[in-house]
Design a protein around this ligand. Structure first.
Ligand SMILES: [Zn+2]
Length: 186
C-alpha cells in the first residue's frame, strides 16, 4: 500500500474512482487517482533551475498537499502551510536548503504542541484553482501565474491555521537568520 493510501485509511476516506477529484474538485474523469498522477508531473513543467527560481517546485507540492490533507500526515500540514506562509506572505526566496531546517523547526514545535491539529476546510473548498487548471497553462508565464494562484487559494482557505503557520515561520526565520523579503544568494 502506498503512503497516501495509509493516510487515506486513517482518515476513513473512501476512494471514489470516477468524476471530479473528491478532495480538491479538479476536473478529472477518474477521480482522485487521476489527480494524484497529475500532481506527479505538474511541478516539473519548467526546467529544474527555473522551477527553483520561481519556486513553482515548492508551491505546487504545498498547494497539492493542502488540498489533499486526508493523504497527509498530521504534521505535514503544519510544514506545508508554514512554507507557503514564508513564500507567499513573508516573500522569502525559498531554496532546498531551507526545507530540512523547517522540518526540524516543526519537530521541535510538535513536542510543545502535542495535541494541536489544523482542521482542513471542507473538501472542494480549499482554493478555486486546482491541478487541472494549472495543467491548461499554454505558456511558462501563465504556468507561473497559475501555480501562484493555486498556492495562494489553498493557503487562504486554511485561515484557521495562519497563526500557527506564522509562529513556525518566525522560528524558521530566527534559526536561519533571514528576514522578510530576503533574497537568497545561494
Ligand atoms: Zn485532487
Amino acid at each position: 500500500m502506498q503512503k497516501w493510501q495509509v493516510q487515506a485509511e486513517k482518515h476513513n476516506l473512501i476512494i471514489i474512482k470516477e468524476g471530479d477529484c473528491q478532495l480538491c474538485g479538479s476536473a478529472t474523469t477518474r477521480g482522485i487517482g487521476e489527480c494524484i498522477e497529475k500532481s506527479a508531473y505538474i511541478p516539473h513543467r519548467l526546467s529544474h533551475d527555473e522551477g527553483v527560481e520561481h519556486m513553482t517546485l515548492f508551491l505546487c507540492v504545498d498547494a497539492y498537499a493542502l488540498q489533499h490533507s486526508e493523504m497527509q500526515g498530521r504534521w505535514s500540514i503544519h510544514l506545508h502551510l508554514a512554507r507557503l506562509y514564508l513564500m507567499l506572505v513573508e516573500k522569502i526566496q525559498w531554496n532546498y536548503s531551507y526545507t530540512p531546517i523547517l522540518s526540524s523547526v516543526v519537530d521541535a514545535y510538535k513536542i510543545k504542541h502535542r495535541n494541536e491539529t489544523i482542521a482542513p476546510p471542507a473538501v472542494k473548498s480549499r482554493g478555486a484553482v486546482t491541478v487541472t487548471d494549472v495543467e491548461k497553462a499554454n505558456s511558462d508565464s501563465q504556468y507561473i501565474a497559475l501555480v501562484n494562484s493555486w498556492a495562494l487559494g489553498a493557503f487562504k482557505s486554511y485561515n484557521e491555521g495562519h497563526q500557527i503557520a506564522q509562529r513556525i515561520a518566525e522560528a524558521l526565520k530566527t534559526k536561519v537568520g533571514i528576514t522578510s523579503g530576503s533574497r537568497s544568494t545561494r
